[in-house]
Ligand binder design. Structure first.
Ligand code: G3H
Length: 318
């Protein structure tokens, strides 16, 4: 992970001045979606890069120790060994960026990864994920618990009520407390953009989250009706860029929710490269939060290597 974002004092004047031009954002997003994606070996290389940026996620009510175990093993060996060998990438340490689970499952993930001799980080959602509708003390306790069980990354959710009411000071204070509860664990702040109403509000929430010390800002929990979209991403990454220009601090970006295809992952790279530049094209500053993207990426890599698409049983845990 990159150096921590220490945050800054809440600058309410900056926040209050924010206005987002909706038409310009939509036009820019349309332009990015119309970009050509790389083909052949260049596509395969970018897809492997995408794998290394995935927070391989399971956030389901029926998560058990056995599917956490399988998820972790898949994160450690995300692409079949023989496929990597054919690409001469078998000894390059291709893994996902992290696994992402509920707080109660962190201990199981830590044990599995340790047994597999892997230093892959375990990320935990916290703070009453996905709705954030539990008392503050409970939310803080949850962060501390996940860290105590071995999570080194915490994905917090913001209190949407505060963002919708423009209570930026209160939102800043809560996120700041979460940051303290995280200790050395890196903090990703989920804005749940599908519930924030306007682009202007999303930009303001991004800014306040970064001022309060978020190391990443993340679009969604994957549980809202609207999750990661390109227009929203433009708004968030521009807030990241402006924050960087003002403070010199590089904050990461994590689109999450509904990202399912290899093609989408390539478009996300295009967006990041065009809006933030090459520095952000690495797992320290860019993550894809996804529960079922890896299957399609592995499928496309299989096709690249063999010229055919695999049957379902040919890719483990696809
Ligand atoms: O944080 C990650 C999201 O929960 C993943 O959402 P997804 O299941 O739609 O990929």
């Amino acid at each position: 992970m990159a150096a921590r974002n220490p945050g800054m004092k809440l600058d309410l004047e900056w926040v209050s001045k924010v206005r987002v031009n909706t038409q310009a954002v939509l036009k820019r997003a349309q332009h990015i979606q119309g970009q050509k994606i790389p083909k052949k070996q260049w596509q395969a290389a970018w897809l492997l890069k995408a794998v290394t940026c995935i927070d391989l996620t399971t956030l389901a009510g029926d998560d058990t120790p056995s599917n956490i175990h399988r998820l972790c093993l898949k994160a450690v060996q995300p692409i079949r060994y023989d496929l990597l060998k054919k690409m001469d990438m078998h000894n390059k340490g291709v893994t996902t960026a992290a696994v992402c689970v509920y707080p109660s499952r962190v201990g199981e993930a830590v044990i599995t990864l340790k047994a597999a001799n892997s230093s892959l980080p375990v990320a935990s959602v916290a703070t009453g994920f996905p709705a954030g509708q539990t008392p503050l003390e409970t939310r803080l306790q949850e962060v501390r618990m996940a860290v105590a069980h071995g999570a080194s990354e915490i994905d917090i959710v913001i209190n949407r009520k505060l963002a919708l009411a423009g209570q930026w000071e209160a939102m800043y204070d809560e996120i700041h407390q979460f940051r303290e509860a995280c200790g050395d664990a890196h903090m990703k702040t989920i804005l749940a953009i599908g519930e924030l109403g306007t682009f202007t509000n999303i930009y303001k929430a991004s800014l306040v989250a970064m001022m309060a010390g978020s190391d990443f800002i993340k679009t969604s929990t994957g549980k809202e009706v609207v999750n990661a979209t390109y227009p929203v991403a433009i708004v968030m990454v521009r807030a990241i860029r402006d924050y960087y220009l003002f403070t010199g601090q590089k904050v990461g970006f994590k689109p999450a929710g509904g990202i399912r295809t290899a093609q989408e992952s390539l478009l996300w790279f295009t967006l990041i490269k065009e809006e933030l530049g090459n520095d952000w094209l690495c797992p320290h500053l860019f993550r894809l939060g996804a529960s079922s993207l890896l299957a399609d990426i592995e499928r496309q890599i299989y096709h690249h290597v063999t010229g055919q698409y695999p049957a379902y049983h040919e890719l483990p845990m696809a």
